[in-house]
Design a protein around this ligand. Structure first.
Ligand code: FAD
Length: 396
């Protein structure tokens, strides 16, 4: 009676969980089910849009997990994870029983205000990487000099809080070099954003006068959108875009809803183990899980995955779970190819909450304001280092 853990979703969360479960519990059978053969990371996708890297830079596959770590990888779409019968049901009807399941489906979008399924063909969100990254790249690169790039940024909570602003920075870098008469408008559906002071300092230094950020209170609130014609109607005016990067508000991936794992938009979990509060023996990690104050990031998903894998391996071996587990996150952002900023935090998880250890231990921190060029340059190098390390931690 071999124990089997089935993991659904092969992104930052799921792929990490598969590798680490095999490490912590080599005798357990680990099955990773992911619908795509290749995984394109959102991290560093903004560098592809800006023409700094080619799409292959962010492409990864599951061969090493299979060959080196003995994970059984299946490329199938999952219809439902059924807690009542402890089975995973595939779209093709096949049923796979499990001892424990880990679900890491990432996010899906809220289709509202005229942005519907299919709108991403005209006004790409590029908030899932791959095809969408290429489409936005192509639109930006064929935009005329003197054109307007408009981004609609989502309200909280959403995947990668600094992601839209790193994208704006690198789009500005591309435009400054190639189409200097162009401008950028951000229509933000919130009042403030992550690392705002640091981003604005960088924008002022590098892209003065190019970026017009309008928050939800002052000119940013979107009433409706016409994706085909790239027109956004705000409370005050119609904004016409040459390129429209519309990032909708977000919720947990569809599979989480179909599997009864959600309450509201996201999946509540016991944060000490990441077991769902709603379905026994099913664990939810990554963007889909409620793990605030941790941001929805790849690093957070990687950290959740290691804790879930560790606690599951201990439960399967009849050992007590690690208490309290510690988690970590760092988000690097590039304001230009040679100008990096970051935010870092260490967390401790109890059953019902996650605590940022900044207040008690002074852990973590933000890049200094008004730092010299050398520090910004170093952080840009650390950003690349972080990406390479994280990819080898997950896929190699
Ligand atoms: P995902 O990585 O989205 O993985 C989910 C997987 O599940 C997908 O591969 C999907 O195909 C699969 N799946 C879903 N449903 C099914 C199903 N029914 N059947 C089979 N498979 C299914 N994070 C950082 O830490 N650092 C960064 O610098 C950073 N930069 C970012 C920049 C941008 C522009 C964006 C958009 C995000 C960025 N992020 C960054 C955030 C990061 O990409 C996400 O937080 C991370 O991908 C979450 O991992 P996940 O495992 O929850 O979901």
């Amino acid at each position: 009676n071999k124990k089997r853990v089935v993991i659904v979703g092969g992104g930052f969360g799921g792929a990490t969980a598969a590798k680490y479960l095999k490490r912590f519990s080599p005798d357990t059978e680990v099955i990773l089910i992911e619908q795509n053969k290749e995984y394109f990371t959102c991290p560093f996708s903004n560098t592809v849009i800006a023409g700094m890297n080619k799409i292959d830079y962010i492409k990864h596959d599951y061969k090493t997990l299979e060959k080196k770590y003995n994970v059984i990888v299946m490329h199938e779409k999952v219809k439902k994870v059924d807690g009542a019968t402890s089975t995973v049901i595939l779209e093709n009807g096949k049923v796979i029983p499990f001892t424990k399941a880990i679900v890491a489906p990432g996010i899906d979008f809220k289709y509202e205000k005229g942005y519907v399924e299919g709108s991403e063909k005209y006004a790409p969100h590029a908030y899932k990487a791959g095809e969408q990254t290429l489409l936005l790249t192509e639109q930006l690169h064929s935009m005329k000099d003197g054109g307007t790039f408009v981004m609609v940024a989502p309200k909280d909570p959403f995947r990668c809080p600094p992601g839209p602003y790193e994208r704006i920075s690198l789009v500005a870098h591309y435009l400054k070099e190639n189409k200097p008469n162009s401008k950028i408008i951000i229509l933000d559906q919130k009042n403030k954003f992550s690392k705002q002071g640091l981003f604005e300092e960088g924008w002022d230094k590098l892209y003065k006068g190019m970026i017009d950020w309008r928050n939800v209170e002052f000119g940013g609130k979107v009433v409706s959108v016409d994706p085909k014609n790239k027109v956004v109607e705000t409370e005050d005016e119609e904004v016409k875009a040459d390129v429209l990067n519309y990032i909708p508000d977000q919720k947990a991936g569809k599979l989480a809803f179909d599997s009864g794992l959600t309450e509201g938009d996201w999946c509540p979990v016991n944060t000490k183990t990441f077991e769902s509060k709603l379905v026994k023996n099913v664990y939810v990690i990554g963007d889909a899980a409620v793990a605030s104050p941790m941001p929805k990031s790849g690093f957070s998903a990687n950290s959740h995955a290691k804790i879930a894998a560790l606690q599951i391996s201990r439960i399967l071996a009849n050992q007590p779970v690690v208490n309290p587990p510690k988690l970590a996150n760092t988000c690097y952002s590039l304001v230009s190819p040679t100008y990096g900023i970051s935010i870092a935090a260490i967390y401790e998880a109890q059953e019902d909450k996650i605590t940022d250890l900044k207040d008690t231990l002074g852990a973590g921190g933000l890049s200094p304001a008004h730092a010299d060029e050398g520090i910004r340059m170093q952080e840009a190098e650390y950003a690349v280092g972080w990406y390479k390390n994280q990819m080898s931690d997950i896929f190699k």
